[in-house]
Design a protein around this ligand. Structure first.
Ligand code: ZN
Length: 121
């Protein structure tokens, strides 16, 4: 509740006048928000890149097959990032399958079983 002014969130110059001001002017406000957006866009770009690469790897390994098995080490060698997936589905047996878009995998005894999500939507 003090009367002292803050600093502009963008250029960090001392602000005068109203204590709830956050920016010098519209220019600083716009630049600040552009920078925020480009940060989150850049973050999303990296995540999307990893998800797409994962999908591409799963798709290539599965090829035209219904299901396929591959060693976890081999998945790592292919550049697969296990931490990145779009969603997960746990079946009635309590087995969780991790998906990268329509391609999924589950870990089983040092191997990975790759499947494709049933298309019902
Ligand atoms: Zn400013």
């Amino acid at each position: 509740m003090s009367a002292s002014s803050g600093n502009c969130l963008y250029c960090e110059k001392m602000l005068h006048g109203r204590t709830d001001k956050k920016f010098c002017n519209d220019h600083c406000r716009n630049e600040f928000h552009n920078r925020q957006n480009s940060c989150s866009n850049n973050y999303m770009r990296i995540i999307n890149f990893r998800l797409r690469r994962n999908r591409r790897i799963l798709s290539a390994l599965l090829s035209a097959k219904h299901t396929t098995r591959i060693g976890i080490e081999q998945m790592h060698d292919n550049g697969f990032a296990f931490d990145y997936f779009t969603h997960m589905i746990t079946n009635e047996k309590g087995i969780t399958c991790f998906f990268c878009y329509e391609y999924g995998y589950l870990k089983h005894g040092g191997q990975v079983i790759i499947i494709r999500e049933k298309k019902n939507h």
